[in-house]
Design a protein around this ligand. Structure first.
Ligand code: GMT
Length: 375
């Protein structure tokens, strides 16, 4: 394939969409494309040692005349500059609002022609789509992009239902870097974290927003630890943190629940785990599920959004109805009390992740999309 000049805009801080955008940029750079990140800070997983990866900072000045800092306009201006100076072929933006809107504005300003690829990640549709203050803007962003992709079939259906969109939306699933996420012996890490040999480990990773239902994770764990020695790793931080901490204390589980805060590299922590829990109320994909599965950790999630596209119920993990914590605990106990069955699920998880979501396959899919849209 012809080497392309690709601009990428995402939220550079922690979060699945930022991770995907950054990993995609890195993989594309390794395939020889020139990658230009146009973001407010260096994406947290970006390895700036690659010679064909560039970072263009969206710098915000604080003018007292503006009541609100005009981030979107400054971003659009920066995008237009980079499109012209670098003669970008593609501007791949993650999130309809504001990033696709900024890209559309930048394209109108720039002299050089560029194609806009927009990837929807979920929150832009499931939360912002029902906010009438942004609805028309999101529809415009989707309709005016040259190509729109979404990270699951469920997200495509939701986008169509909620926003009456008829233009095509391609499903391109998420992926992980298999060199980082893979099964590994981490007995030394288990020791460092004070996990005894006979203890089972449950793990949950999220940004502790209400939709993640971390309180359900704690309830599931509470049932499980009554039946066997176990620890729960809670990785991440966010608005629900204090309530969850209080809940854990009220249940007397402080010694068994480890709050690990935000972590950049979670592969070693995942490799300590026996089960991943994701009882979300909204989830367009659930990248942490794939991270866990690639390490051979079976997952239990809710039958919500894109989760059933990732977990195969009864094969490599389990799906339960939203809020059915007893069922989730029963599934966990079922797996944790049968070593042979757990092993079978673990292998099936690794296999499914490699077959359905391998990075090579997904990156090639994005390249094909870029090629199709270019003149
Ligand atoms: O889940 C979040 O709150 C973060 C959000 C983001 O923007 O990173 O995640 C969304 O995008 C991820 C990457 O595609 C998906 O794996 C998550 O499922 C999706 N979150 C929701 O749909 C709530």
């Amino acid at each position: 394939m012809k080497k392309l000049k690709i601009g990428i805009t995402c939220y550079p801080t922690l979060g699945g969409s930022g991770v995907i955008a950054t990993e995609l940029g890195k993989k594309l750079a390794k395939k020889g494309h020139d990658i230009h990140f146009i973001t407010s800070s260096v994406p947290f997983r970006l390895d700036m040692l690659l010679p064909n990866v560039f970072f263009h900072e969206v710098e915000m000045s604080h003018y007292p005349v503006f009541q609100y800092p005009p981030y979107d306009l400054v971003l659009a201006n920066k995008m237009a500059e980079v499109i012209d100076e670098e003669r970008l072929d593609i501007l791949h933006v993650h999130y309809a609002v504001p990033h696709a809107i900024c890209a559309i504005l930048a394209k109108a300003i720039a002299k050089h022609d560029v194609k806009i690829v927009t990837t929807l990640h979920g929150t832009d549709i499931t939360v912002l789509g029902i906010d009438n203050g942004l609805r028309k803007m999101i529809i415009h962003a989707i309709e005016e992009s040259d190509v729109v992709t979404a990270v699951s079939k469920s997200l495509v259906d939701q986008t169509r239902d909620m926003l009456d969109i008829v233009s095509p939306i391609d499903v391109v699933y998420n992926f992980v870097d298999e060199e980082v996420y893979r099964p590994a012996d981490v007995s030394d890490v288990r020791q460092q974290f004070g996990i005894a040999e006979d203890e089972k480990v449950l793990v949950h990773i999220s940004n502790f927003r209400k939709v993640k239902r971390v309180q359900d994770v704690v309830q599931v764990f509470s049932y499980v630890q009554e039946k066997m020695p176990a620890k729960l790793l809670l990785i991440g931080d966010g608005p629900e943190y204090s309530d969850i901490l209080r809940d854990v204390q009220q249940r007397g589980l402080e010694d068994k629940v480890l709050f690990l805060g935000k972590r950049n590299n979670v592969a070693a922590l995942l490799n300590m785990a026996d089960i991943m829990l994701l009882p979300s109320e909204k989830e367009s994909f659930g990248l942490v599920l794939l991270e866990a599965m690639t390490c051979g950790v079976p997952c239990i999630g809710t039958d919500v959004g894109g989760i059933p596209e990732v977990i195969e119920h009864g094969k490599n993990g389990f799906l339960a109805q939203l809020g059915d914590v007893k069922q989730m605990a029963d599934y966990a106990l079922y797996l944790l009390t049968d070593e042979k069955l757990w092993q079978q699920f673990s292998e099936a998880a690794i296999q499914h992740a490699a077959q359905a979501f391998h990075s090579e396959q997904i990156v090639a899919r994005y390249e094909a999309i870029y090629e199709e849209v270019l003149p």
